[in-house]
Every structure is written in C-alpha cells, then in structure tokens.
Design a protein around this ligand. Sequence first.
Ligand SMILES: [Zn+2]
Length: 156
Amino acid sequence: MKREQLMVAAIENGTVIDHIPSNRLFEVIRLLHIEELDHDTVFIGFNLKSEAMGLKSLIKISNRYFSEEELNHLAVVAPNVTLCIIKDYEVIEKRCVELPTELRNIIHCNNPKCICNNEPMPTRFVVSGHTVKCFYCEKEQQLANVKLVHSLHPEN
Ligand SMILES: [Zn+2]
C-alpha cells in the first residue's frame, strides 16, 4: 500500500473514493450525501501528497456501498476519481467513474429564465462530451464550469 493511503485509516468494509482533486472534495461530499450518514464512519484525507496529482483528497466510508448511478454522478465534478470497494480490508473491485448521459437534479441551469429555476422541479441535462445541455431551455454549459444544484432534494 502506498504511503499516502496509510495517512488515512484502513477500513474493513466499505468504499474508498480516491484521486479527488482537493478543490472538488466538498462537492464530492455533497454529491454522496455524506452529511446524512448517521452511523457509518467516514475518513476524509484532504490535500494528501500524490505523485500523479500533486495534491489530492480521498474519502473512505465504512460499511457503505453506493449504486453505480450515485458514483457516476461524481464524474461531473471529479472525472478521474478511482473507486475501490473494500471487503475484509481487501480491494475487491477498482474502477473509474463514467459520466452518465443524462443528469437529473445534479447541476444548476445558468439561465435565470429557465423554467427549472422558476418552478420547484428537478433540473435535467443531456451530456455530450464536455458539454451539457439543459433539457428545458437548451442552454449549453461547459462541464468544467457547472454548479451543483443548491438542494439535491427539491421536495425539502
Ligand atoms: Zn435551463
């Protein structure tokens, strides 16, 4: 195991999200709803030294496995993260995230006149390459500049 990984405690079972750009860590935390986990232990390593990235961040979540859909949403803010599934302290699966072709209620439409900014409704975007297009107003944005929706739960 690499030394940088040892700086954050090992977990017996759960999910490790590695190679998160440090400036995106808090968005990743938000996309995964980590603040809502009330029993599972979460270790967060912020600004760890990485040969490939300079500085990176990682998150280890004990006893928690996420759906592929939940994890693929991470590609919006951190396209190069690595996911490791841990069982009995062993990595049993390792993969990269894949950007979904459609994003529902993940990112904000930057057109103030768009219906999704004026009605209590989830946003909806079609992804193509590095561009996303609002399903409602058809305004395009570069993926690198998108903002996440303010609330991921429009019903609240
Ligand atoms: Zn729109």
